[in-house]
Design a binder for this molecule. Structure first.
Ligand code: MN
Length: 252
């Protein structure tokens, strides 16, 4: 594996496989030298993600089962479990208690619980976790099933309260911040309140926009500038902070 510090930036949550041209999206992330976690939404998408990222310098693939798909894809959990040994990275996983997915929350919890327990059992995994309207339950489940030292959690697009962010930080969680968070007042309050050594960047492309088109890894560099502004840091220091945090996250 290449030294992540040779990267220019970090996009720790991007759906590269949902871009119209997956291979071109990977090539652009490589050219931009942005360390990118290519998250997946179903284990059926894993094989191609692994094939296309096994020799990349900066792009890594994560094995996921998205909470918004959990209800209809519960039968893919055994496949997810069977593939877990092939990667260190897990995501997108978590819970979504927003109005559209609230009905499947019980099934989501069964799946997320199984995923956390399996990750704790194998050890050494790094998870990108979705927690829409469910931060307290997500944190309770992490505390219960994934004890410190058995895995690391990055909370993706965190939309909880400052108190919930503080609890997550105490539990050792990282936060991947995107441009949409940096644009909202609430998001900026989170960015200013979380411990600096837990901040990462992400795009969640193609689900966020940059300059009127789907955001992609190179756009994560913009978010570093927003973090610099919110935290009153020189851009260079914010860049180094995010890269140092990535190195710490990746260090066992
Ligand atoms: Mn996502």
């Amino acid at each position: 594996m290449s030294d992540p510090l040779q990267a220019r930036g970090v996009d720790f949550h991007c759906h590269l496989d949902l871009f119209p041209d997956f291979e071109a999206a990977i090539a652009r992330a490589e050219r931009a030298q942005v360390y990118t976690l290519s998250v997946t939404t179903t284990p059926k998408a894993w094989k191609r993600n692994l094939e296309l990222t096994k020799d990349t310098r900066f792009v890594r693939a994560a094995l996921g089962l998205h909470p918004q798909l959990a209800a209809e894809r519960a039968d893919e959990l055994p496949l997810w479990e069977a593939l877990l040994d092939q990667t260190r990275y897990v995501g997108e996983v978590g819970l979504d208690a927003g109005p559209k997915y609230y009905r499947s929350l019980d099934r989501q919890k069964l799946i997320f619980g199984a995923i956390l327990r399996r990750c704790a059992g194998t050890g050494g995994k790094i998870l990108s976790v979705h927690s829409i309207r469910s931060v307290p339950i997500v944190l309770d489940m992490i505390a219960q099933y994934l004890p410190p030292g058995r895995g690391k959690v990055v909370l993706h697009w965190f939309t909880g309260t400052k108190a919930e962010a503080a609890r997550a930080a105490t539990m050792g969680c990282y936060f991947s911040v995107n441009a949409a968070m940096a644009r909202s007042e609430r998001g900026r309050a989170i960015v200013s309140s979380i411990p600096p050594h837990r901040i990462l960047t992400e795009t969640d492309g193609p689900f966020t926009q940059s300059a009127g088109r789907p955001a992609e890894p190179a756009d994560a560099l913009q978010t570093v500038e927003s973090i610099a502004s919110v935290r009153h840091l020189p851009i260079k220091d914010a860049t180094n902070l995010v890269l140092d945090n990535l190195r710490d996250l990746l260090t066992v």
